[in-house]
Write a protein that binds this ligand. Structure first.
Ligand SMILES: NC(=O)c1ccc[n+]([C@@H]2O[C@H](COP(=O)([O-])OP(=O)(O)OC[C@H]3O[C@@H](n4cnc5c(N)ncnc54)[C@H](OP(=O)(O)O)[C@@H]3O)[C@@H](O)[C@H]2O)c1
Length: 148
């Protein structure tokens, strides 16, 4: 199964100003919707509570600290699933990721929630594809495969 982390990030590697932010600065919400449609989407409780729109058409799995990521992943029968944040959840699922889809945005926060909020192992990535998110603003999604 492809296990894909998907995130909008700042140029200094943050995904939010704080743990309860309703993200309004991201330009790739439409792309997120298209790419995740029909697939299980795993997210942490802070992220779930900060989402304003319903994520129709997807099985949303809310991760809690008493669950084991591997058990959640083993329960899925899909050929693909998405890890959709936040930083803590991304760190919990980091050992199992096969891909990382990142959309860097033209903004610097200086502080906030990191892409991975927790200690993770170094990873080497291969850029497989890019997708234009917003041609006018030159915003691009980078689709990386994790090679080791
Ligand atoms: N830019 C983007 O693409 C993007 C994407 C997703 C989210 N976000 C933003 O990311 C922020 C949320 O990120 P987050 O890292 O704070 O939260 P999160 O990963 O969404 O949720 C926190 C997770 O960590 C667990 N946890 C909390 N405290 C813990 C502890 N002391 N020990 C062990 N596990 C613990 C929680 O379990 P319990 O449920 O048991 O507490 C929950 O599973 C929000 O502002 C959201 O908008 C941004």
């Amino acid at each position: 199964m492809d296990i894909i982390l998907i995130a909008a990030i700042t140029q200094d590697g943050f995904i939010a100003h704080n743990s309860n932010e309703v993200i309004t600065w991201s330009k790739d919400l439409a792309l997120f919707k298209t790419q995740t449609m029909g697939y299980p989407v795993i997210m942490g409780s802070n992220t779930y509570n900060s989402i304003e729109n319903e994520l129709k058409g997807r099985e949303i799995i809310v991760f809690h600290r008493d669950k084991k990521p591997i058990n959640i992943l083993n329960s899925l029968s899909s050929d693909k699933c998405f890890i959709a944040g936040g930083g803590k959840t991304n760190a919990y699922f980091a050992p199992y990721l096969s891909h990382i889809f990142l959309t860097p945005h033209p903004i610097v926060f200086g502080a906030g929630v990191k892409l991975f909020d927790g200690k993770i192992k170094e990873k080497n990535l291969f850029l497989e594809n890019t997708v234009t998110v917003n041609a006018k603003e030159n915003i691009v999604q980078f689709q990386y495969k994790i090679i080791n």
